[in-house]
Design a binder for this molecule. Structure first.
Ligand code: ARG
Length: 839
């Protein structure tokens, strides 16, 4: 893999759920119509009722309570300061008399206060004091029970009301009839998930832990590693000595993916109070992206809640303490000409409630460039345009959320960077590189983007948005070989009239040979516009019916063919989570193309993370180590390139000379790797070693693979699948990192773009056949290379799955300008794969 720059890949998109609206009905024209209408409406209502029952009432988790007509439990939790109580170490022991005396005293004070509010009193059930800490701070929760008949009153249970009740009685506390009068102040109250309201004196799975400096202690979720059971309600109160901060790492974290059911919720407090939440997490985390958090003080609360029936291992946690000053001291002055700075405790989550300021000062006359190689400061309900909670502030602009590429340049030789984290919710933070540069020549021998990035000069005005902010593609004087778009961009002339909107404003496709009101078939023939989607095939290649929602009966090379031979005229109909075929065959065999690990998007660097490309396989030949790549298409079959096996040496075609390694990241690491021998090698009968045409081969494994987090099959595209020119896809492999180099130890990844066929044909001087496609950058710099052969070129589809578009096949050198990588075009050979393997 050769890569000079980095292009971040597709961001996982959220699924969109569309509810049918009952109002989209057509008014009936006649009486029979009315009857039919009523029947349909009744059916729709019945279906809706069943669906509502299914989604709302089926689950019995307390989280799903809202909306149903059954009683509801409301819980507020928070803390308060007890002014006149001297601190006693014994208060930290929930089994001590001191604890239970003060707790019941405070519980009755809270109860009395609530009962003075006639509304709250009506629904009040109980209050529980769960802990005390130095201050003296008391931590409590109060529970209310709202019967089904009063559910409409639920919104009246506001935090303000609860606080008013508690604070009003503070004023009158001296008159409260309690065994000992308590003066309370600094009260907080937050609505809490009732599942996290636990009574330390009576529940199971409740622990009090002491974190100590220099000592690493552990705890695990119940049943770990065999698996946790449903309905776990666990709590760990962690404390350490004053002036210390608590660090908790989760070397193993494997919890159900659906957070409302199963989750870990960590607080910077001893009560589950949202205003002091650190983070809520579920799902599975790879070793490369562990969860690791820190407290802002000497207390922390960890909750583990499960409601799903699926069994997952759970977590293993390690905790220790460090001096608070080490956790929260950050910032300072940076005076070197280049360097790196990070958020406090990076790559651990930064602690809540910290502020830092870095002042970067470079020699007079120079300016500062800052590039964030990782930036993640995401908080629920925060608008990233406002960043009213945690942020990094530079030159008056606040940044928050998740950013793939953030690069900035200063106006003078001094740049200030401010970091702020508020009391609730923290995240991984950032890592940034800075360097001094000469404003007269900001990017020596390179082009300076407006963002501060430097890119190769050749990349300016080449038609690709290399800077990321388009600054390399504006104000271009288009040269002879370029087309001037209406919006001022320059694009290679080769891209004009290729049916891809390269300019972005459609101008490169407007003045093509066809008239405005005409449709241009894939083969260049012009037909009247109304042939499009008229359910008749007018273009010889069927392109006029290719992307129509319904063109029944039209079967063209653009149609998806169902198992029952029905044709679906929809772009990339397979595995898109919509049933398009009557027999649903378009959604069959779709257990592929997903990566189970939750990955962190690290900007920059080309090393792949463990589990990032779970379909990638390394092929070792005899004693030569890694030679070629392959991809997993089922538990028994791998896909690779013929040229890895059909060579001058017949030994290459002997199955027993090969070993396959799945689930591998570093060539020297064997954990989680599954080694399989090869039973048969099937290379394509038409493979031509002279032209590399039909460069595809199938390997049958001697024993099936066991799919894991790091071993998964890739989706194969149907013959009609389209990967439009300009799409960013990824190529992966252990190939050389430069032309003539050695194979790599770590799996490498590179983002490459699908290049349009006309251009591909031009730059390869006609050497590509219809079984090949080009991908890479005409500007050069990023490409596959020797040793990547046989490996996959994969693209992420909107539907949320990865599909393999190509197999690394050949190229002229590696990453040379105007010499993109050439890949085997899988769609053209899809039927052959099916014939040989049944997949
Ligand atoms: N044939 C090469 C191999 O055996 C792969 C070449 C890919 N080259 C390229 N520039 N994309 O590993």
């Amino acid at each position: 893999m050769h890569s000079a720059r980095y292009d971040h890949g597709p961001n996982g998109k959220h699924e969109q759920i569309n509810f049918l609206s009952g109002s989209e009905k057509v008014p009936p024209k006649r009486k029979t119509g009315l009857v039919i209408f009523v029947i349909i409406a009744l059916v729709v209502a019945a279906v809706a009722a069943v669906l509502i029952w299914f989604f709302v009432f089926k689950g019995n988790s307390e989280a799903a309570i809202s909306n149903r007509r059954i009683p509801q439990t409301i819980v507020f939790s928070g803390h308060m300061k007890l002014a006149d109580v001297p601190y006693d170490q014994k208060l930290e022991d929930i089994r001590s008399k001191e604890f239970s005396d003060l707790a019941s005293n405070l519980e009755s004070v809270i109860g009395e206060s609530i009962k003075k509010d006639s509304f709250l009193a009506k629904y009040y059930k109980t209050s529980v004091v769960t802990a005390f800490s130095r201050g003296v701070m008391g931590y409590y929760w109060s529970e209310f029970y709202v019967p089904a008949s009063d559910l409409e009153l639920v919104p009246e249970f506001s935090e303000e009301r609860m606080l008013d009740a508690l604070n009003n009685s503070v004023k009158n506390s001296r008159s409260v009839m309690t065994p000992r009068s308590l003066k309370i102040s600094e009260v907080t109250a937050a609505r809490t998930d009732p599942r996290m309201a636990r009574n330390p004196r009576s529940v199971e799975c409740f622990y009090v832990l002491e974190a100590e400096e220099g000592k690493l202690k552990t705890f695990t979720s119940p049943g770990y590693p065999k698996g946790y059971t449903s309905k776990s309600r666990c709590q760990w109160q962690i404390r350490t000595s004053e002036k210390n901060s608590i660090l908790v790492d989760f070397p193993v974290f494997y919890i159900e993916d659906y957070c409302p059911d199963d989750f870990v919720f960590i607080y910077d407090s001893l009560s589950p109070d949202d205003y002091q939440a650190i983070t809520q997490k579920c799902g599975q985390r790879p070793p490369s992206n562990p969860l690791a958090v820190a407290s802002s003080g000497n207390i922390m609360l960890i909750n583990f809640i499960t409601d799903s029936d699926v069994q997952r291992p759970g977590f293993e946690a390690q905790y220790t303490a460090i001096p608070l000053s080490n956790a929260t001291t950050c910032g300072g002055s940076l005076t070197e000409t280049e360097g790196v700075f990070t958020s406090p405790l990076y790559p651990r989550f930064y602690p809540p409630a910290v502020d830092c300021k870095w002042t970067i000062k470079v020699p007079p006359g120079n300016k500062v460039r800052v590039k964030f190689t990782m930036f993640r400061m995401k908080e629920p309900t925060v608008d990233v345009h406002v960043c009213h909670k945690d942020y990094v502030e530079i030159m008056g602009t606040k940044y928050c959320g998740e950013m793939a590429s953030l690069a900035l340049t200063s106006e003078t030789n001094v740049l200030e960077v401010n970091f702020h984290s508020d009391k609730s919710y923290t995240d991984k933070g950032f890592s940034a590189e800075y360097s001094a540069y000469d404003p007269a020549d900001p990017c020596p021998n390179k082009f300076a983007c407006a963002s501060g990035h430097c890119i190769a000069k050749e990349q300016k005005c080449d038609g690709w948005n290399d800077c990321g902010d388009m600054s390399d593609e504006i104000k271009c004087k288009c040269d002879k070989e370029q087309f001037a778009c209406d919006n001022g961009l320059c694009k290679p002339r080769l891209w004009v009239c290729d049916r891809v909107n390269d300019c972005g404003d459609g101008s490169d496709e407007k003045r093509c040979s066809c008239e405005e009101n005409e449709w241009r078939c894939g083969n260049g023939v012009c037909l009247p516009q109304d042939v499009v989607c008229d359910s008749k095939q007018d273009c010889a290649d069927g392109s006029d019916e290719a992307s129509c929602k319904s063109s029944p009966g039209i079967c063209s090379e653009f149609s998806f063919t169902c198992s029952n031979n029905e044709c679906v005229n929809k772009v990339n109909a397979e595995c898109d989570r919509e049933n398009d075929c009557a027999d649903n065959s378009d959604e069959a065999g779709c257990d592929c193309g997903t990566r189970p690990y939750k990955l962190n998007r690290i900007v920059g660097g080309q090393n792949a993370e463990l589990g990032e490309w779970p379909w990638q396989v390394s092929l070792h030949f005899m004693n030569n180590g890694h030679v070629c790549g392959a991809s997993i298409i089922s538990d028994k079959w791998l896909l690779s390139a013929s040229h890895c096996f059909v060579t001058n040496d017949p030994a290459n075609h002997v199955a027993s000379n090969w070993l396959t390694y799945s689930g591998m990241q570093a060539q020297y690491k064997q954990d989680g790797v599954q080694r399989r021998a090869v039973k048969t090698i099937i290379s394509h009968p038409n493979y031509n070693p002279m032209t590399f045409d039909y460069d595809i081969a199938l390997l049958e494994l001697s024993d099936p693979l066991q799919f894991t987090n790091t071993i998964q099959p890739i989706c194969l595209p149907s013959a009609s699948h389209v990967f439009p020119a300009g799409t960013s896809c990824w190529v992966t492999g252990w190939g050389a990192q430069r032309e003539g180099g050695q194979v790599s130890m770590m799996l490498q990844k590179a983002s490459v773009k699908i290049i349009n066929d006309t251009v591909c044909d031009m730059v390869t001087e006609g050497q590509v056949t219809s079984r090949m496609l080009c991908s890479g950058f005409l500007a050069g710099g990023i490409d596959a290379c020797q040793g990547d052969s046989g490996g996959p070129l994969v693209c992420f589809e909107e539907s949320g799955k990865w599909f393999q578009a190509g197999i690394v096949s050949w190229g002229e050198g590696c990453a040379r300008r105007n010499k993109p990588g050439v890949y085997t075009r899988i769609t053209k050979l899809r039927d052959w794969v099916k014939m040989e393997t049944g997949i």
